[in-house]
Design a protein around this ligand. Sequence first.
Ligand SMILES: C[S@@+](CC[C@H](N)C(=O)[O-])C[C@H]1O[C@@H](n2cnc3c(N)ncnc32)[C@H](O)[C@@H]1O
Length: 235
Amino acid sequence: MSSNALTDEQPVEVIKKFKFSTKGEKEEIEIAIPELMQPGYSFYSWTSSSVLAWFLWVQREKFIGKRILEIGCGTALPGILAAKFGAKVILSDSCTLPNTLKHVNRCCKKNNLEPGRDIDVIGLTWGILLKSVFDIGPIDYIIASDCFYDPSVFEDILVTVSFLLNTPTCDTSPVKFLFTFQNRSEDWCIDHLLQKWHLKCSKVSLACVRKLCPIDFNTLIKGHTIHLLEITKLP
Ligand SMILES: C[S@@+](CC[C@H](N)C(=O)[O-])C[C@H]1O[C@@H](n2cnc3c(N)ncnc32)[C@H](O)[C@@H]1O
């Protein structure tokens, strides 16, 4: 369970390094993610976050210069990587988790990204449309990794996403929600919620990651079943 209690004791920090390159190319970026050895979903980079980060990396031409909002970002590997390769990124996690938001800022600074200058960090709690949500401004993509981990939050996520998909984009194409999902139960389903909130969902192929990522795909997914999905608003 998530623990954000403010205590005097400093949790142990371990720096995890993620190197991004492409088969046959020289360009390389290293992202350093500080992980905290303490209970809480947001202080550890989940496997889904590497898969999403690799997808953004191999497709980066598409995302450079785009405005991307990451929700439930935790240690924010995908968003930080995107900011490093030239996207305009807003990272968000729950307003109710002050230590998580503090740690998101630390993750940015560890990669020489100054919050408020090179990247934005905001509190955004799923299912609650506070002023911060209305102030986000135009976005092109919403991204998330491993946020659909508990059916009790599925509708809250989709309420927020459904609202944000109506946000004006920086160009004429509609806002898209791209997210990685780790299949933890065959019983989980969001079809009724998609219908209720006028959304459509499709699977995005990870073939480009398999082809261009120098790490073997099965090593990357660590034995889990991970899908990349895209949600857009129904016309
Ligand atoms: C399983 S973790 C995934 C973290 C990160 N995206 C990753 O893949 O490494 C789920 C994340 O959702 C955030 N979260 C949980 N409930 C939330 C809520 N109601 N509103 C916003 N974020 C929430 C947690 O703080 C945590 O960072």
